[in-house]
Ligand binder design. Structure first.
Ligand code: ZN
Length: 274
């Protein structure tokens, strides 16, 4: 069965219980949460998560390993001046994930800002190695980026280079359909995309796909998500990716914009399911 879900709120007072119940209502069988606000590193104590209640009632509907965690945006493992803070924070984040039993942590590879791309990539590699030495079980997924500003990790070859250098089986990939489209990979051409993913040896590393349409044309380097079927990619190519045999073991997560201040994940999950 296809694993399809969405980003879902995780907050006081019911944490996991509200997240799971909303996901089930949307007919999702997986979900992605931030363990606190995406823009900050403030985190609630794990004792508030309602883990026991979740395990009693829902662990067979959405398994702990199918609860994806996204790291906050502000942690930049590739910045030599900020990497210490980012590493220590993410080690703690992984400990919180170990408590839940969650398996995948998605990170943005970072931006090189005032440093050279080469130095930043070196810093990112060192940061990842340090985190792996100091944590257990959780796999880190590098998200494919759109290449806006000084972002690293837009080109598949660059991600593969980083993964080869870290050389740890706990490092894999999260493919974002909007980001790769915005960078210049043709998501509408399924065969060509699979060929490119195989040629760059990214294909077998993909564990999660962020399924998003894009507000911009291919190659725009913008990173603005659009609702499914409302953007430049369109419904059919995204439906193809969600249901493809090639990605049958890959978890798919929607991160589409709110409509009238509300998520429409339930509708979009229905649209994408065959
Ligand atoms: Zn992301």
């Amino acid at each position: 069965m296809i694993k399809l879900g969405s980003h879902i709120k995780f907050k006081s007072p019911n944490y996991l219980i509200d997240s799971i119940e909303e996901s089930i209502e949307n007919k999702a069988n997986t979900m992605m949460i931030y363990l606190g606000p995406p823009q900050s590193t403030i985190r609630a104590n794990i004792s508030k998560y309602k883990l026991e209640e979740y395990k009693e009632k829902y662990k067979n509907i959405i398994k702990p390993e199918d609860i994806i965690v996204h790291a906050p945006y502000i942690t930049n493992l590739a910045n030599p001046e900020k990497k210490n803070f980012a590493c220590e924070f993410l080690i703690k984040e992984i400990e919180r994930m170990n408590y839940i039993g969650a398996k995948y942590l998605i990170i943005h590879p970072g931006s090189h800002t005032k440093f050279t791309r080469k130095d930043s990539i070196k810093t990112l590699i060192e940061s990842l190695k340090y985190i792996f030495i100091n944590t257990k079980n959780v796999e880190i997924l590098i998200e494919t980026m759109s290449g806006k500003g000084t972002e690293i990790g837009a080109k598949f070859e660059e991600i593969k280079y980083i993964i080869d250098k870290v050389n740890n089986s706990r490092l894999n990939v999260c493919l974002d359909t909007c980001h790769i489209w915005d960078y210049g990979y043709d998501v509408k051409n399924f065969k060509k995309l699979i060929k490119e993913l195989k040629k760059t040896k990214i294909f077998s590393l993909i564990k999660v796909i962020h399924v998003n349409d894009s507000k911009n044309p291919i190659g725009s380097s913008k990173d603005r998500h659009e609702n499914i079927g409302k953007g430049y990619i369109g419904l059919e190519p995204l439906k193809k990716i969600v249901n493809a045999q090639e990605f049958k073991n890959v978890i798919k997560i929607l991160e589409t914009p709110l409509v009238n201040k509300k998520p429409i994940y339930k509708k979009e999950i229905k649209l994408l399911s065959v």
